[in-house]
Design a protein around this ligand. Structure first.
Ligand code: NAP
Length: 266
């Protein structure tokens, strides 16, 4: 019987995950069916219970359910625990297992696809929501020299930074000093056509500016380009976090290059 997987979110109609996983399955010869589930905001547990009871093997979780998924799991990976959020559910074990592949997806896109060295680099992370929470530990594991988290609501950045040793967190006023080799925009500002208030002075010579929002030129990337930074949107992170989920479920790492190229160039 074909193994069933879903992406769970609300809204989820726009999600590219079903297409990405179908491509991974085709490339690796795996027999899977990957669909979408859109429970109401208070309906996450019931929707997963029903999917699991019907034989569902695993799920990806997106906004606004990553914290609900974290609470749902009986067992968690170390990186899910560090993130406080789950984007990958393994449902075909005695106990539901949760993982978080967002951070490793970002790091893999940076290091493998974009050829960016992280070790020894000064990194600025914008935002303190679910996406930012998922990437702090993997960036530290990549041995960055400095990691500063700033957020519109300064207290959220301070709380996030305080969970890790050597990470500084606060509001955008922290950016009156310091320059950065890598600036990762993990805010949702680009979705609303807005730009986080980053001053031009923070871009080091040869900096890379990365916006997790994908499939569009955000005001942040436009601004970064004007500062002569290299830029990337979040398409590679999307594909690499999906590949990591696929590996967890199927035990085989799918090739990502063709999928990434197709998403970038249509
Ligand atoms: P979230 O939990 O809702 O957090 C949103 C963050 O954006 C918060 O830090 C919020 O600040 C900040 N923000 C929103 N509007 C802003 C503005 N106009 N100016 C400055 N800051 C603003 O969302 P999330 O899950 O972290 O996701 C963030 C973004 O990452 C989304 O656009 C999502 O699509 C993207 N993402 C991409 C991938 C990928 O694979 N490429 C994976 C995960 C997420 P406050 O705390 O002050 O509200």
């Amino acid at each position: 019987m074909t193994d069933r997987y879903v992406v769970i979110g609300n809204p989820v109609g726009h999600s590219k995950s079903p297409w990405i996983h179908a491509e991974f399955a085709r490339a690796t010869g795996q027999d899977i069916d990957y669909g979408r589930l859109e429970p109401p905001p208070d309906g996450f547990n019931a929707a997963v219970d029903a999917f699991r009871a019907a034989g569902g093997r695993g799920a990806n979780v997106t906004l606004p359910f990553k914290e609900a998924a974290f609470r749902y799991c009986a067992e968690l990976s170390a990186r899910a625990r560090a993130a406080g959020a789950v984007n990958t559910l393994v449902l075909d074990r005695a106990k539901v297992f949760g993982d978080n592949t967002d951070g490793v997806g970002l790091v893999r896109d940076l290091q493998v696809n974009l050829g960016c060295t992280l070790e020894g680099r000064r990194v600025l992370l914008l935002g303190a929501g679910g996406a930012a929470q998922g990437v702090v530990q993997p960036l530290l594991e990549a041995r960055v020299a400095r990691l500063v988290v700033v957020n519109r609501t300064a207290a959220r950045a301070q709380a996030l930074a305080s969970r890790f040793s050597g990470v500084q967190g606060g509001g955008y006023e922290l950016l009156v000093e310091g320059v950065y080799d890598l600036i990762v925009n993990a805010t949702a500002a680009g979705l609303a056509g807005a730009r986080p208030p980053v001053p031009a002075r923070v871009f080091a010579a040869g900096a890379l500016a990365y916006d997790m929002v994908y499939g569009r030129e955000t005001p942040f990337l436009e601004f970064a380009r004007a500062q002569h930074a290299r830029v990337s949107d979040g398409t590679g992170m999307l594909v690499e976090q999906a590949a990591e989920s696929f590996l967890i479920w199927r035990g085989v790492r799918p090739p990502t290059e063709a999928v990434l190229r197709a998403l970038r160039h249509g």
